[in-house]
Ligand binder design. Sequence first.
Ligand SMILES: [Fe+2]
Ligand SMILES: [Fe+2]
Length: 200
Amino acid sequence: MAKTDLNLDLPLLSESPAGWAEIASARLDLFLADHAGCEQQAALSALSLADRYLDDEELVDKLTSLAMEEIVHFRRVAAILRSRSIFAGRKRSNPWVQALLKNIQDRREPHHKVDRLLVGALIEARSCERFTRLLTVTDDTEVQELLTDLGPAEARHWRMFYDLAARELPESELASRWRAWLLFERDLTAKGGKLPTVHG
Ligand SMILES: [Fe+2]
Ligand SMILES: [Fe+2]
């Protein structure tokens, strides 16, 4: 697969700001440390969503499977951190994800559920875009292998989140909601790109 093929299927309205991949490539230690936290968080958020919507069998099945996959991703990144003795600089906050979550204001159901799933789709899609972008720049073979393996999983994940959301609303309502989220994410991402982190 060509390095940029993955992006062709992404729904995002923009690429990451120019220069982000070079910043991340210059500080792979910080990128990897942040990446481990993102995988851990992905597993936890999937479980918390499954816990909230226990009555939705399809959602619980898919999100628990996803959580298991994210744990495998976490272990893989953690092993790289350990082999490189990267223990410093670990930060827990992700202002980009926090801004997305803060923008979920509709408490009515199924709208709240839809928004949480669409945010999940955005997070996965942007992760995939960032992995693809970094792949074109880094010459670290271990990181190249990691991103090549994980990119397709994140591409699959955004679609899974989106499809779960799509069950809940009529097509036109879903389309306008998704469009609003894509625009919000585009503007949010345009403000970032200055740190060697997976998002923001
Ligand atoms: Fe992952
Ligand atoms: Fe994922």
